[in-house]
Design a protein around this ligand. Structure first.
Ligand code: DMJ
Length: 666
């Protein structure tokens, strides 16, 4: 439509349909516009004004609107740039180097987590919605070890004073930060999440200074440092150290040893090592990778390790990473039965079972719950908890159990147990039992079905799997296959004394503690009766009085030792809960044997092939990540007389020794 005035003047409509704006370059007026001839400038101004008057009202309005719009855009982008600049300059140069880039538009201080879903406690799974889950992340921060990463109050004296007050509340305890009081404040959940590199703000109750370290704890620190020296020199950022060949091996290509060891370094007080590893996590750890990972292993080691390190350090970086890997593992649950596949490609978002079967391992699908449940609690995103609760509800309802004992495999299509009638507390079933108890503890002992299943399973163990060996009458846990008992016991079963003791501590039957003590003795003898003082992977117990004088028999294929933690783990629980020093002494013997037969001089420790040959234990050239994540951590805690360190009424360890908080009611 044309302006009526223009139409009346008979002007050519086509030429009035657009506005031509000529921008004069400095050269166009000979540079005078910058202060040349005054007459020229006046002439140009008048000419411009004439042209402006010749424009129709509509044309003028359009031009004015365009100018106003451009001015508005300019204003907004100036504010953003200034804000971003302020954000950059308020972080230390070190932070700017190490903190990961967050894609897309970002606020000056990027938050780690999204707002909570409106329906955070909806859980159509078998377990009841848990209102008490909806608390904010507990503030377990003892004191911030990373002063360089904390935002210091700057110019504003009032802020500086508040900052100092906060600092003094948080720093009354040494960096060996395990004396921790979870936040028990009953406030509604605050989704204000900690910033990367900063502890969450909130109430922290500090209990007391940790005591001085014992000689034995110092020996553990020395062993850790030796292991770390090898990892740092030859395998930095890779999954596992190969200490003999001074190289590394990859499993997932995600720095498994480094992540598994983070909270151990925190607990041992290895500040420099921790900070260097933290830097690697900030700058190098990327989950956007076309790689297949095992759901269970990456959950217990990576997700569990990141979550516990977040709780101990209060550093939001670890929560951010935990959420990233948690999300990437979720496709595993896209199966017809909702029983997860064993493997997930974390880059592509696809999941699949192993090549040879559609089965998953029962222990694997039922030992990821502590971590996913905690991730939901911290993020307010209930997808994680729902997925793993559905698995538990499903397994609970299945037939094929024997007095609470479960088979080892479950089919991801049908959701049914397979390979029925084989029962073990060892590989492929072990941590199912452990996580029944620990989920019950984690959830504040409210989910009765978990306790019931656990208690029933222990009754099943007593009825079907317990026997005594000869000649020492050691109580051991064997296996049952199609009604046939085998006196075979994996070293993995040695988690059981600790779990039984923990259950008794949390109010289950006192005879669980008796059984714990008996089995603890057996696990110790699995080391004691072997030439190197180190347990083989599997033993067979002698049950016939006439068959010689050793309780423990080892088959050639089973005589390797992978630096596993289970016995030391149980020694920690038994010592912590009984105070009997013999457990510390047993652990000390084991540490000495590790040092004697598995230590590699250039750095690191190695699995060995033959625990029965002290002259030639045949190192395998591999240090498993759990040696740093679990074995040495439990050693250190075993040798601590301070029962406040990771108090068992406040923390529950996942199956990879990563402590997570026990939830308290809101
Ligand atoms: C660890 O990864 C965990 O403890 C798991 O539950 C069993 N296997 C190893 C240690 O032996």
């Amino acid at each position: 439509m044309f302006p009526p005035a223009a139409a009346a003047a008979g002007a050519e409509p086509l030429r009035r349909d657009f506005i031509s704006v000529t921008l004069l370059s400095p050269g166009a007026d000979g540079g005078r516009s910058r202060g040349g001839s005054g007459n020229g400038w006046r002439r140009r101004r008048r000419a411009c004004w004439r042209k402006w008057k010749q424009l129709s009202r509509l044309q003028r309005s359009v031009i004015l609107f365009l100018f106003a719009f451009l001015a508005l855009c300019g204003g907004i982008s100036y504010t953003n740039i200034a804000g971003h600049w302020r954000a950059l300059t308020s972080r230390s140069p070190e932070d700017q180097k190490t903190e990961p880039e967050i894609r897309g538009p970002k606020p000056a201080n990027p938050v780690v987590l999204p707002a909570p879903p409106r329906n955070a406690d909806a859980d159509p799974g078998g377990f009841k919605p848990q209102k008490h889950l909806r608390r904010r992340p507990p503030n377990l921060q003892v004191r911030a070890p990373r002063k360089d990463l904390r935002e210091k109050p700057r110019d504003d004296p009032k802020k500086a004073e508040e900052g100092n007050k906060e600092e003094s509340e948080k720093t009354a305890i040494s960096w060996r930060g395990a004396v921790i009081e979870p936040d028990r404040s009953p406030e509604p959940p605050s989704r204000k999440t900690p910033e990367v590199g900063k502890p969450p703000s909130g109430k922290t109750e500090i209990r007391k200074e940790p005591g001085p370290l014992s000689e034995r704890q110092l020996a553990v620190i020395e062993a850790f440092r030796h292991a770390w020296k090898g990892y740092r020199a030859f395998a930095w950022g890779h999954d596992e150290l190969k200490p003999l060949s001074k190289s590394f091996s990859e499993w997932f290509g995600l720095g498994l040893t480094l992540i598994d060891a983070l909270d151990t370094m925190w607990i041992l007080g290895l500040k420099e090592e921790f900070e260097e590893a933290r830097k690697w996590v900030a700058t190098e750890l990327v989950f956007e990778k076309n790689v297949d990972v095992n759901l269970f292993e990456s959950t217990i080691r990576i997700l569990g390790g990141l979550l516990s390190t977040y709780h101990l350090s209060g550093d939001g970086l670890f929560l951010e990473k935990a959420k990233d890997i948690g999300n990437r593992l979720m496709p595993a649950f896209n199966t017809p039965s909702k029983i997860p596949f064993s493997d997930v490609n974390i880059g592509r978002g696809t999941a699949h079972p192993p090549r040879w079967t559609a089965d998953s391992t029962v222990a694997e699908v039922t030992s990821i719950q502590l971590e996913f449940r905690e991730l939901s609690r911290l993020t307010g995103d209930d997808r994680f908890q729902k997925a793993v609760n559905d698995v538990m509800r499903h397994v609970r309802a299945l037939s094929g159990k024997k007095d609470g004992l479960v088979p080892m495999f479950i089919n991801t299509n049908s959701g049914l147990f397979t390979h029925l009638a084989v029962y073990t507390l060892g590989a492929r079933a072990d941590s199912y039992y452990e996580y029944l108890l620990k989920q019950w503890i984690q959830g504040g002992k409210r989910e009765n079905e978990l306790r019931e299943d656990y208690v029933q399973a222990i009754e099943g163990v007593k009825r079907h799997l317990l026997r005594k060996s000869e000649p020492s009458k050691l109580t051991f846990v064997g296996e049952l296959a199609h009604g046939h008992f085998s006196a075979k016991m994996d070293h993995l079963v040695c988690f059981l004394p600790g779990t039984l003791a923990l259950g008794a501590h949390h109010g289950l039957a006192a005879d669980h503690m008796d059984l714990a003590k008996a089995l603890m003795e057996t696990c110790y003898q699995m080391y004691r009766q072997v030439e190197t003082g180190l347990s083989p992977e599997i033993v067979h117990f002698n049950t016939h009085p006439q068959n010689g004088h050793r309780d423990v028999e080892v088959k050639p294929a089973d005589r390797h030792n992978l630096l596993r933690p289970e016995t030391v783990e149980s020694l920690f629980y038994l010592y912590r809960l009984t105070g009997d020093k013999k457990y510390q002494d047993w652990g000390w013997e084991i540490l000495r044997s590790f040092n004697k037969y598995t230590r590699v001089s250039s750095g690191g420790f190695s699995s060995i092939n033959n625990v029965q040959n002290p002259k030639s234990p045949e190192p395998r050239d591999k240090m498993e990540s759990f040696f740093l994540g679990e074995t040495l951590k439990y050693m250190f805690l075993l040798f601590s007389d301070d029962t406040d360190v990771l108090d068992l009424d406040r923390f529950v360890f996942n199956t990879e020794a990563h402590p997570l908080p026990i939830w308290t009611p809101a």
